[in-house]
Design a protein around this ligand. Sequence first.
Ligand SMILES: Nc1ncnc2c1ncn2[C@@H]1O[C@H](COP(=O)(O)OP(=O)(O)O)[C@@H](O)[C@H]1O
Ligand SMILES: [Mg+2]
Length: 370
Amino acid sequence: MLSDTLPKAASKTGDPVAVQIDGVGKSFAGTVALKPIWLKIARGEFLTLLGPSGCGKTTLLNLIAGFLEADAGELFIHRDLVTRVPPHLREIGIVFQNYALFPHMSVAQNVAYGLRTRRVSKVEIAERVREALALVKLEDFADRRPRQLSGGQQQRVALARALVIRPRVLLLDEPFSALDRNLRGAMQVELREIQSSLGLTTVFVTHDQSEALSMSDRIAVMSRAQIQQIGTPDEIYDRPQSRFVSTFVGDANLFSATLISSSGKDVRLKLGEVGLDLTTYQSDLPAPGPVTLFVRPEHCRLTEAGSPGAVPATVALAVYQGSYTELYLDCPFADTGRAMLRVPASTVMAPGTAVGIALPQQGPAIFPKE
Ligand SMILES: Nc1ncnc2c1ncn2[C@@H]1O[C@H](COP(=O)(O)OP(=O)(O)O)[C@@H](O)[C@H]1O
Ligand SMILES: [Mg+2]
């Protein structure tokens, strides 16, 4: 099974599995929030659940945390069967989008909370709270109240509160989505540094594909209550296995084409009068007939109109982006009517100019026509 393999990040000694999910799923009054899934998360791995709103990310996180009871299946954390173990006994740390700090407690008291309920001694609590606040660079804020902190600082407190119990797994549900872009970038780097220095198994939920690409050891792309594809960021970006994944992660040019024939990974296609011989990365190809051809913009090249093998197009709009220009092209074969290429920022192209799009011989993919 696709999702039942472990990445190379798995530790070489001892049990490499941190979390094992065997057929766990969840429905609410007839709505399937999560179809049964099978998934192993390696110790020390940073796994991201990426998908649009409503696809089941929070449901999966809540099942791991124990806030929701699974309809069926079993869940293991390290080697322990925890399917029917309540959340506070699962040894997990959780950070939500809305900080969920106790407003009447100081920063230090907020962070200490999980230790007090675990009856840790006062001396040890003080030491571990100091340690956790140092990890998130808030040593000097121990006596403040949450309302005296910025959003980013509050989220660091929430992170310290999750880390202080030394969880076996850290779960984060869109933790940075309320922060502005610059702060979000800084928090991403910081979380990744803390996570890898502690070797902490982490499940991170986001709907932001660039956040997923930049932070993860592996990404599970979800839609419609299931995992559509799981792999390293470059596997997901370079070798999407479906139209959904190709467009949800990164920019995609999709063309309507006819698959004439295939042999192994080699295909012969037609886009109107233009014939193309390409090699895909796929082991499963659709049957001959109408298909969707997928190519990343950076693999397309602008060429002269009428060049052999080039897809005909007309310049519609040039959007200057500083280090490059995005050239939007009207193209009768493009799925949305438009294709996009990135060209040097200095390129000047008048709207209406007829051009050609040269496609790479290696690296595109072919999806069934939807
Ligand atoms: N407590 C609940 N009661 C009824 N439906 C729910 C409940 N929680 C989630 N759902 C539904 O399950 C689906 C998945 O939700 P969720 O896991 O929150 O998605 P995501 O976190 O990816 O946005 C949605 O259709 C949502 O409306
Ligand atoms: Mg959610």
